[in-house]
Ligand binder design. Structure first.
Ligand code: ADP
Length: 288
């Protein structure tokens, strides 16, 4: 069993006064059928921030997301723009892992994005003009307006991710949780997803994104959360989180970190233990 150092809880200052603060998670714990899976996680997310959640398989990344959106019994507090957890679940857009979605479900792109308006519409009333406008605007923002009549099962992997981002946009969520959106997509789709993330940033939407791509996380995210065994080991800018000690504690001996001044960090599967050998063997590798 891996024992991770505990993160000191925050100093209890009243962050709600900060207008840039979008989400505040405090002492969040969650369990599956009584078995603890997330232990006392606390962090703040600010407007437009992009936060990568990194950790090995089974670390608790999906569990964190499910707890935030209320899909799991949990303790602790989550507030979104000052509203308490119960009121704020609809202010969080959640895109589960690709495998967790039934792509054979007979729904069009338009239908899925309109689901993001369920709270505004209510469950009995038909969509109003403003709902249709919101769906159209969301689809245009992710570049899928032309595909609105397609069945979701007919879309490519990258397009499917963008549909769910559009659903969150139509929902007017302040925070978006994306569970491994890049798994199984090609480089082109990845670029398109990042383009959409840039749009979200411009609109002030904070994005938390679970990812296995540690190298990409170092350069494409404002902050990282390193998580393992359901505990948050580190949270902050990538340079602060990707320390050799944190990487070794979380990923064991498989990951090497190489820093060249303040400029470059390289993270890769570690082929050998000696740093000079490693540097020589990978001298062709592209710094980022
Ligand atoms: P990650 O997303 O980082 O791969 P998860 O959050 O899915 O990790 O899993 C965290 C822990 O919770 C793991 O030990 C996993 O086995 C357990 N777990 C996940 N889903 C369930 C479930 N539905 N029932 C019971 N345990 C689960």
């Amino acid at each position: 069993m891996v024992h991770l150092p505990s993160i000191p809880s925050r100093n209890g200052s009243d962050n709600c006064a900060d207008p840039a603060l979008v989400m505040s998670v405090d002492d969040l714990s969650a369990s599956y059928n009584g078995a603890p899976a997330l232990h006392s996680v606390s962090f703040d997310v600010y407007r437009g921030e992009r936060v990568g959640i990194v950790g090995p398989n089974g670390a608790g990344k999906s569990t964190l997301f499910k707890a935030i959106v209320g899909l799991l019994p949990h303790h602790g507090s989550i507030s979104i723009q000052g509203a308490s957890c119960r009121q704020s679940h609809t202010m969080v857009g959640y895109v589960p892992q690709h495998e967790a979605i039934d792509w054979k479900f007979p729904a069009t792109v338009w239908d899925v994005v309109m689901m993001g308006r369920a709270r505004q519409i209510g469950y009995i009333l038909p969509p109003r003009k403003r709902d249709r406008h919101a769906v159209r605007a969301a689809l245009e923002r992710v570049g899928l307006w032309g595909l609105r009549r397609r069945q979701i099962g007919e879309l490519s992997g990258g397009q499917r991710r963008r549909v769910f981002v559009a659903r969150a946009l139509a929902q007017q969520a302040s925070v978006l949780l994306l569970d491994e959106p890049f798994s199984g997509v090609d480089a082109q789709a990845e670029t398109e997803i990042f383009d959409v993330l840039d749009v979200l940033r411009e609109e002030g939407v904070a994005v938390l994104l679970a990812t296995h791509n540690l190298a990409q996380a170092a350069t494409h995210y404002d902050k990282l959360m390193m998580i393992n065994g359901g505990r948050m080991l580190a949270f902050g800018p990538p340079q602060q989180v990707y320390t050799p000690a944190n990487l070794a504690t979380t990923f064991g001996d498989r990951i090497a970190l190489w820093q060249d001044g303040d400029q470059y960090i390289m993270i890769a599967d570690k082929p050998c233990h000696d740093h000079d050998d490693y540097q020589h063997a990978h001298s062709h590798a592209r710094p980022f």
